[in-house]
Design a protein around this ligand. Structure first.
Ligand SMILES: [Mg+2]
Length: 294
């Protein structure tokens, strides 16, 4: 009497297995169909890396931790300056300072960048200002610890930022909440446009600090945080990089920013009137690919 039952059970199992397989094929096909509907976005990998990878956090913590060694060396050497062309003479006894860019150097704007990806839209100045005023910017890992260390050593910590004067009050509040040293009674957040000659090129603001302080270190995520010669094409940028080789990792410290910057706009000459597809094509043309033999 058991045999028919076994037979029936086998039949049932075969049918069930076929049903599961068919269901599997349907769900794989559905997933592929869903995936095809996900829009491409050039910011995705860079934003995912900066916002969710442990590798990014470990990188910036490492940079800022090692920068403490540079800071100690710079403090002990009165001939040390990160801006010899702006420092003038007899700077050795001026009080020490460091200059850091804000966005993507000490401030992590990945919530804004992530929202560009999830909403499938591009940077818009008005929307950026609204984001800044929400005061939800985070600290780059390691930045509060490092700037607090510098402050504890008597080093004045300046932020030279291309955030605007309108965005400055919210930026200061946001940074205070995050625990950054904010200069006491000295205005240490130098926004673009705050004075008539404070344009997006930062040389005049760096010189403004160097007038009264010995500038030990510069920090940034963009060539323009270190030199005003940042707008050239790829070859010109390479020459500027090479001309400043003695500074990199010594008194000019670079934070990684794969999301945006003059490196990204150089291949299309900074011409944002071009369509996203035209810009992407010019960036692809700038690559130096390996070619398979066959
Ligand atoms: Mg920046």
């Amino acid at each position: 009497m058991r045999k028919p039952i076994i037979h029936l059970t086998r039949k049932f199992l075969v049918s069930a297995a076929l049903a599961v397989m068919a269901g599997g094929f349907v769900s794989i096909a559905a997933r592929a169909d869903d995936a095809a509907k996900v829009p491409q976005n050039d910011l995705l990998n860079a934003t995912l890396w900066m916002q969710r990878s442990v590798e990014y956090k470990a990188t910036t913590i490492g940079i800022y931790d090692l920068a403490k060694l540079r800071l100690d060396d710079a403090l002990a050497d009165k001939t040390w300056t990160a801006v010899p062309d702006k420092q003038g003479e007899d700077f050795g006894d001026k009080p020490p300072a460091i200059i850091l860019d804000a966005d993507e150097t000490v401030l992590d704007n990945s919530p804004y960048e992530a929202s560009l990806v999830t909403r499938g839209t591009d940077f818009k100045p008005k929307e950026w200002t609204a984001y800044v005023k929400d005061e939800v910017t985070r600290a780059i890992p390691g930045a509060v610890d490092f700037t607090t260390y510098a402050d504890s050593k008597g080093v004045k910590v300046f932020y030279v930022s291309n955030r605007t004067d309108e965005e400055k009050p919210a930026s200061l509040e946001n940074m205070k909440k995050l625990g950054f040293p904010m200069g006491g009674n000295v205005d240490t957040f130098l926004a673009v446009g705050q004075q008539p000659d404070w344009k997006s090129a930062k040389g005049t603001r760096i010189a403004y600090v160097a007038k009264d302080y010995r500038v030990l270190l510069l920090f940034g995520d963009n060539l323009g945080d270190f030199t005003d010669d940042y707008k050239g094409n790829l070859d010109e940028r390479e020459k500027v990089f090479e001309a400043n080789m003695k500074h990199w990792g010594h008194d000019w410290i670079v934070l990684p920013d794969p999301e945006y910057g003059s490196w990204e706009s150089a291949p299309f000459g900074g011409d944002y009137k071009l369509s996203p597809d035209e810009r992407r094509k010019m960036k692809i043309d700038a690559l130096q690919p390996w070619q398979p033999k066959d």
